[in-house]
Design a protein around this ligand. Structure first.
Ligand code: DGT
Ligand code: CA
Ligand code: CA
Length: 575
């Protein structure tokens, strides 16, 4: 579809005309054309072929000719010439929220500002204040806009997107006008980073839904508001799109806007072969809509099972859905406990009792407290004596709890540079669940170091195996295939660390690991009870890696968890 590209040209055209001081009606005609084409569900090329361009509101003969020229040649001569009359850097300035073509014109003509760098310098020097109509408030707004732009240039972490999206959905679903509401796009697919957050809703009164959305308490700025669509910036500085959908199309829109693009494109070729047409309004045979209210209805009409959103990346899920062999992905409610929690005994901010309380609220039947080991002084690592004292307290707590929930004695034991562990075996043997982790020397290859830890009979899991921090640190050099193989052979779990800036193992590694027969364990690495909600980020990551519940240690009852620990000790002849 060339719709988006064409819409962008018309939008820029309007900007240039406005920048040049052209008459407002002229400017608006281009801007309206851009919006119309951008929101069109039909392919503009198909409309042109069918001679239907003249039916589009506000598209007169001159615009029609330009559209046809673009479709024929890939560009529009008049626009190419026009572009040369203005410095192209004005387009970057236009990207700043709150800065329009008139402002750009003034900045350019009065101060010679051509780039964001120019603008920042001028602000620092106080030059903007000399311009007509510029006071401290307006300058402050431009400064904020630049900050926003620079921040939104990158993608946001899934955890941030999920947090924002959940808040919006929870607010709006209480609103009387809203009947259905869903997150879609990459957030629904639980992709580790998200470009923008997409939300769909439907109900009886579309305008009321849009109003409710733009008036949400955490909305900072409304970028665009139409009768069925709005785009806002929330207080975290992130962009959220809302689309209001007619109930009959809700499933089709949800399917379309969940993506991924690759999944949708593949699906559409299947539709075409079957003589159907699929778009965000429904599945059509000729003019007749044969499905659209729910996603299941659409996939089922195509003879397919419905692939879970997390695996809609066109990496085999379409074939699996056709052959009715989709994986039974680990469920968000299937987790029975969190085995990586830091208490006030080390660098955590919550007490063991706090964790127990929250774990009970979350419906868990066990947790493991995994404080840091002695070498990690910066993280309040426990000496052997402190660890044993803590263990004694945990035993007493379990007695008081009377089996309502079980607190396991754990540790996140440092893997020292030579691959040995930070506690001797005499100490490790007294723990219920031992997680080993690398916390130093991120530039060296850590494969051997981790393999050595995996071959300790008391190590039950490797925490955040690759050491990456999303957007900040790549992860240390590591032969992940060797680590996976050793983990499978020894009965050592690999962690899917759910903490929002880790997601480690990542989705692709999860898929490799379960294929090799590894057991995964999904943990939050919480340092406060308020981090425990992140479990769903790890489950989502595992789901993206096609992980089934049976491959996840902490979906199992406590007895099986204990059997997993015992089996490794037995295999190594220490039990
Ligand atoms: P993001 O926001 O970059 O993290 O990724 P998405 O997947 O949320 O992408 P976004 O927000 O651009 O669009 C949402 C969904 O809409 C996308 O996953 C699939 C669908 N979509 C968007 N553009 C196209 C397109 O040109 N063709 C098809 N088939 N689907 C599209
Ligand atoms: Ca998106
Ligand atoms: Ca979007």
């Amino acid at each position: 579809m060339k719709n988006k590209e064409l819409a962008q040209i018309f939008e820029k055209w309007a900007d240039i005309l406005e920048f040049m001081g052209d008459n407002p009606y002229h400017v608006r005609a281009y801007r309206n054309a851009a919006r119309l084409i951008n929101d069109l569900s039909e392919d503009i090329e198909v409309l042109a072929r069918e001679g239907k361009l003249s039916q589009l509101p506000g598209i007169g003969q001159r615009l029609q000719a330009k559209i046809l020229e673009f479709l024929r040649t890939g560009k529009i001569e008049e626009f190419e010439k026009l572009k040369q009359q203005v410095p192209d850097t004005i387009f970057t300035l236009l990207d700043i929220p709150g800065v329009g073509p008139k402002t750009v014109k003034l900045l350019y003509e009065e101060l010679g500002i051509r780039s964001i760098e120019d603008l920042k310098r001028a602000i620092e020097r106080g030059e903007l204040l000399k311009l007509p109509g510029f006071g401290p408030k307006r300058v402050e707004k431009i400064k904020k806009g630049i900050e926003l732009l620079e921040k939104s240039g990158g993608r946001i972490l899934l955890g941030v997107a999920v947090f924002i999206a959940d808040r919006i959905v929870n607010h709006l679903k209480e609103h009387s006008a809203v009947e259905r509401i869903s997150v879609c796009g990459s957030t629904r697919r639980m992709k580790e980073t998200v470009g923008d957050i997409d939300i769909l809703a439907s109900g009886k009164n579309n305008l009321e839904i849009v109003e409710a959305f733009v008036n949400l308490p955490n909305v900072k700025e409304v970028l665009w508001k139409g009768p069925k669509k709005a785009t806002v910036i929330v207080e975290e500085g992130e962009q959220v799109d809302l689309r209001v959908i007619e109930p009959d199309s809700y499933g089709a829109a949800l399917q379309y806007f969940t993506g991924s693009k690759a999944h949708n494109i593949h699906l559409r070729t299947i539709c075409l072969k079957m003589g159907y047409k699929l778009n965000e309004y429904g599945l059509f045979k000729g003019d007749k809509r044969i499905a659209g209210r729910t996603e299941e209805e659409i996939y089922s009409a195509l003879g397919m099972d419905t692939p879970p959103p997390e695996i809609r990346e066109d990496t085999g899920e379409i074939e699996a859905a056709q052959e009715h062999r989709l994986p039974k992905l680990v469920g968000y409610n299937e987790i029975r406990g969190d085995l990586h929690l830091h208490s006030t005994w080390s660098d955590g901010a919550s007490t063991i009792e706090d964790y127990v309380k929250r774990a009970l609220e979350m419906g868990y039947s066990y947790i493991a407290i995994s404080d840091h080991s002695k070498s990690l002084r910066v993280a309040g690592g426990l000496t052997e004596e402190e660890l044993l004292k803590r263990n004694y307290e945990i035993d007493k707590l379990n007695e008081r709890l009377g089996g309502k929930i079980t607190v396991l004695k754990g540790a996140e034991v440092d893997i020292l540079p030579d691959g040995s562990l930070d506690y001797p075996d005499e100490i490790l043997v007294q723990l219920d669940f031992v997680i080993a982790a690398v916390h130093s020397r991120f530039n060296q290859d850590n494969t051997e170091r981790i393999l050595k830890a995996i071959n300790n009979p008391y190590v039950n899991a490797i925490a955040h195996p690759t050491g990456r921090i999303i957007g900040q640190r790549e992860g240390y050099p590591l032969d992940i295939e060797k680590v996976i193989k050793a983990a499978a052979e020894t009965g050592t779990a690999l962690e899917v660390n759910s903490y929002y800036n880790r997601l480690d193992l990542r989705d692709a590694h999860c898929r490799m690991a379960v294929k090799a027969g590894v057991t995964l364990v999904i943990n939050t690495d919480s340092h406060h009870t308020d981090h425990m909600w992140m479990m769903k980020l790890g489950v989502g990551t595992a789901r993206r890696g096609w992980v089934e519940g049976r491959s996840v240690l902490n979906t199992r009852p406590l007895s099986e968890l204990k059997a997993f620990v015992a089996a490794k000790r037995k295999k190594f002849g220490v039990l």
